[in-house]
Design a protein around this ligand. Structure first.
Ligand code: MN
Length: 531
């Protein structure tokens, strides 16, 4: 992946990181305000229905009682008096009368309306109740009344009453509906679309969005009446804005944090090669040496040189972190060269006093692709007044690329007198027969297998198989990461000659290693002095 591609991907990732939480916030804001608006429209519809049902209840009670009391003389003085009582007592009924041939014979309004023509019935309910939906009276011009007639008794209703709910929204649609399929608007206000009445047919309660309105409708379970309310979606938009004003900043903030993390991680990844080059230029790498011990005698026979990186601020960067980056960035050759260089600087004359001691140097896969490494190592042997025999190179199982060139290079290293060890053995996937095709001197048993010695872990037996393999291949063994006497005894008893680990010594600077070696040599020498 090129830097440009990575920048584009980072940019897209950052955009997604901001866009996703923000759109989610907006989506939930939208959903929540739609729910709120639907609830509001439904509440209005139920309120209108409730008023309409109460009206119907009052008409029902009045007409039944008048019919029962009036009997064959509906316009008796007593019955007209009863009409007046209903008139006053009912909250929705304006007046009551008796109708024959579309004309009032008597009513609670007195003689004024007697003989007044109400016009024909324009709607008959399934219950037999007759409705005149647009009646005007000469004494109340400009107001349209609803006249509900049953068994000749008629109630006069102000049509606006059921829809006269208190609301601060002037653009709200309210309607009372009637008829066998609840499709006739008895009274209404606001914008109304004919198709809405089709949509709600057959539903007891229904809410939907259409034509920029949130529509809710309910029908009565007792009468052939219903109610509808509609709110323009402009209210919805206002709600969304209000909720979005709360949620979107949270989404953007979350997105920005995500984006920053993405950018920072990517930048660190890209900054690393530059940091490595700078570290090489400014000598930020140093070495520590982990002693290799002869398990039989406890003598220190060698040490593995391990690279460390201390950044200018004092922060340590783990090799597990920077070595893979160096490999990908093509810088590992320079790192290996630096290790060799550092050993040459520090270990001068070490082999003069300790001619059998060895230093082990880790190589990467790409180090095995060029003869340069042999020249560097032979140069090192000269600089430290040693011989190639004082050097061991460690190559990991993973880095053993199956080419004749790599095999040839390993042969040449050995021919030059440098020992070769296979490192981290058992952690790769190569078979024994594959490893067999390379020529080695040492096999290093990985710490993960040493850890399992003496435990009940399923893999605890693996170490004995590795030991058997190494014996078959006639390789000397070095066990890594020995931490307990149990492990050391087990390994020695099974024929492992060498080991390294905290049990013996931690990795240390060369000066300390040299001091310890000299101290040991003096004690051994001292023991040889007779007397
Ligand atoms: Mn190693």
């Amino acid at each position: 992946m090129s830097r440009r591609e990575a920048l584009i991907i980072t940019f897209i990732a950052a955009l997604v990181a901001i866009a996703v939480p923000t759109s989610l916030a907006l989506y939930f804001a939208q959903r929540e305000s739609l729910r709120l608006e639907t609830d509001r429209a439904m509440a209005y519809a139920r309120d209108v229905l409730h008023r309409s049902e109460s009206t119907a209840d009052q008409i029902d009670a009045a007409t039944r009682e008048l019919a029962a009391a009036g009997g064959s003389t509906p316009c008796s003085d007593a019955n007209v008096a009863l009409m007046r009582r209903f008139d006053l007592a009912s909250s929705y009924i304006q007046a009551v009368g008796y109708v024959s041939d579309n004309r009032f014979l008597c009513s609670s309004l007195g003689s004024e309306v007697i003989g007044l023509d109400l016009g024909p019935v324009d709607l008959i309910q399934p219950s037999g109740v007759k409705l005149r939906t647009r009646v005007e009276f000469p004494f109340a011009k400009g107001t349209t009344f609803l006249v509900v007639e049953r068994d000749g008794y008629a109630a006069i209703i102000n049509k606006r009453l059921p829809i006269d709910t208190t609301t601060d929204a002037s653009d709200i649609t309210l309607a009372t509906l009637s008829g066998a399929s609840i499709q006739k608007v008895l009274a209404g206000r606001g914008y109304m679309k004919a198709e809405w009445l089709e949509t709600i047919r057959g539903h007891h309660a229904l809410a939907f969005v259409d034509d920029n309105h949130v529509v809710a409708a309910v029908t009565s379970s007792r009468y052939a009446i219903g109610a509808l309310a509609a709110l323009p979606t402009t209210h919805l938009t206002r709600h969304v804005r209000a909720i979005a004003a709360l949620l979107v900043p949270v989404g953007v903030l979350a997105g920005m944090i995500l984006a920053l993390v993405v950018v920072k991680v990517t930048r660190t990844q890209f900054a690393m090669p530059a940091m490595l080059k700078s570290a090489l230029a400014h000598d930020e790498f140093f070495l520590v040496y982990q002693p290799v011990v002869d398990l039989r005698t406890g003598r220190w026979v060698g040490a593995e040189a391990l690279i460390r990186w201390r950044r200018p601020g004092g922060d340590m960067v783990s090799p597990d972190h920077f070595i893979p980056v160096a490999e990908r960035a093509g810088l590992i050759g320079r790192i290996t060269a630096r290790v060799i260089d550092l050993v040459a600087r520090e270990a001068s004359d070490l082999f003069v006093s300790h001619p059998d001691f060895h230093i082990a140097i880790n190589l990467a896969a790409s180090d095995l692709t060029s003869r340069t490494i042999i020249d560097l190592l032979l140069g090192l042997a000269r600089k430290v007044s040693g011989t190639p025999r004082n050097l061991i190179v460690e190559v990991t199982e993973r880095s053993l690329i199956d080419t004749e060139a790599v095999r040839e290079l390993i042969r040449e290293l050995r021919a030059a007198g440098i020992h070769v060890a296979i490192d981290d053995f058992g952690t790769g996937y190569s078979s024994l027969s594959y490893v067999e095709t390379f020529a080695f001197d040492f096999l290093k048993i990985d710490k993960s297998f040493v850890d399992k010695i003496g435990t009940k872990a399923v893999t605890s037996h693996v170490v004995s198989h590795i030991i058997e393999m190494a014996k078959d291949l006639k390789l000397e063994m070095v066990a890594e990461g020995i931490e307990t006497q149990v492990q050391a005894h087990y390994l020695q008893a099974h024929g492992v000659a060498y080991g390294q680990g905290w049990l013996f010594a931690e990795a240390m600077p060369l000066e300390q290693l040299r001091d310890q070696l000299n101290g040991m040599a003096m004690r051994e020498g001292g023991a040889n002095i007779p007397g």
